[in-house]
Ligand binder design. Structure first.
Ligand SMILES: [Zn+2]
Length: 92
Protein backbone atom coordinates (compact mmCIF):
# COMPACT_ATOMS: atom_id res chain seq x y z
CA UNK A 1 0.00 0.00 0.00
CA UNK A 2 1.38 3.37 -0.94
CA UNK A 3 1.18 6.35 1.33
CA UNK A 4 -0.61 9.24 -0.26
CA UNK A 5 -0.91 12.79 0.92
CA UNK A 6 -2.59 15.80 -0.51
CA UNK A 7 -2.14 19.48 0.27
CA UNK A 8 -5.63 20.95 0.62
CA UNK A 9 -4.14 24.41 0.22
CA UNK A 10 -3.48 23.52 -3.43
CA UNK A 11 -7.19 22.96 -4.03
CA UNK A 12 -8.08 26.26 -2.42
CA UNK A 13 -5.45 28.22 -4.38
CA UNK A 14 -6.50 26.56 -7.64
CA UNK A 15 -10.13 27.50 -6.97
CA UNK A 16 -9.22 31.16 -6.59
CA UNK A 17 -6.38 31.69 -9.04
CA UNK A 18 -8.37 32.17 -12.27
CA UNK A 19 -10.68 34.87 -10.95
CA UNK A 20 -7.87 36.72 -9.19
CA UNK A 21 -5.57 36.66 -12.23
CA UNK A 22 -8.36 37.82 -14.54
CA UNK A 23 -9.30 40.70 -12.26
CA UNK A 24 -5.61 41.67 -11.99
CA UNK A 25 -5.47 42.20 -15.75
CA UNK A 26 -2.13 40.38 -16.20
CA UNK A 27 -1.29 37.47 -18.49
CA UNK A 28 -3.39 34.40 -17.67
CA UNK A 29 -1.54 31.75 -19.71
CA UNK A 30 -0.63 28.38 -18.20
CA UNK A 31 3.01 29.41 -17.65
CA UNK A 32 2.02 32.45 -15.61
CA UNK A 33 -0.73 30.53 -13.84
CA UNK A 34 1.63 27.80 -12.62
CA UNK A 35 4.08 30.49 -11.47
CA UNK A 36 1.32 32.28 -9.55
CA UNK A 37 0.15 29.02 -7.94
CA UNK A 38 3.72 28.03 -6.98
CA UNK A 39 4.50 31.48 -5.55
CA UNK A 40 1.27 31.59 -3.57
CA UNK A 41 1.75 28.06 -2.20
CA UNK A 42 5.26 28.96 -1.05
CA UNK A 43 3.78 31.82 0.96
CA UNK A 44 0.90 29.91 2.52
CA UNK A 45 1.02 27.23 5.20
CA UNK A 46 0.49 23.77 3.69
CA UNK A 47 -2.46 21.77 4.96
CA UNK A 48 -1.81 18.10 4.28
CA UNK A 49 -4.33 15.32 4.68
CA UNK A 50 -3.89 11.63 4.03
CA UNK A 51 -5.92 10.60 1.04
CA UNK A 52 -6.36 6.86 1.62
CA UNK A 53 -9.94 7.47 2.67
CA UNK A 54 -10.62 9.90 -0.12
CA UNK A 55 -10.98 13.63 -0.01
CA UNK A 56 -12.68 15.07 3.01
CA UNK A 57 -14.81 17.73 1.45
CA UNK A 58 -16.48 18.80 4.69
CA UNK A 59 -13.10 19.45 6.24
CA UNK A 60 -11.99 21.30 3.14
CA UNK A 61 -14.99 23.62 3.35
CA UNK A 62 -14.40 24.60 6.97
CA UNK A 63 -10.69 25.06 6.39
CA UNK A 64 -11.41 27.10 3.30
CA UNK A 65 -13.58 29.53 5.27
CA UNK A 66 -10.82 30.18 7.82
CA UNK A 67 -8.05 30.72 5.37
CA UNK A 68 -9.89 32.28 2.45
CA UNK A 69 -8.70 35.82 3.12
CA UNK A 70 -5.10 34.66 3.47
CA UNK A 71 -5.32 32.74 0.19
CA UNK A 72 -6.79 35.69 -1.69
CA UNK A 73 -4.05 37.97 -0.32
CA UNK A 74 -1.25 35.51 -1.24
CA UNK A 75 -2.61 34.82 -4.73
CA UNK A 76 -3.13 38.54 -5.39
CA UNK A 77 0.46 39.25 -4.37
CA UNK A 78 1.69 36.34 -6.50
CA UNK A 79 -0.30 37.57 -9.52
CA UNK A 80 1.28 41.04 -9.18
CA UNK A 81 4.80 39.62 -8.96
CA UNK A 82 4.32 37.34 -11.98
CA UNK A 83 2.58 40.05 -14.04
CA UNK A 84 5.60 42.34 -13.48
CA UNK A 85 8.05 39.74 -14.75
CA UNK A 86 6.44 36.87 -16.67
CA UNK A 87 8.80 33.99 -17.49
CA UNK A 88 8.03 34.35 -21.22
CA UNK A 89 8.27 37.32 -23.57
CA UNK A 90 5.33 39.64 -23.64
CA UNK A 91 3.21 38.85 -26.66
CA UNK A 92 1.54 42.17 -27.26
ZN1 LIG B 1 1.80 34.34 -19.42
Amino acid sequence: MSLEYHNLMEDIVLQEVDAIMRSGGGCCCDICKTDVVAYALNHLPPHYVSTHKGRMMVKLQSYEMQSHADVVAAVSEAAKVVARSPRHDREE
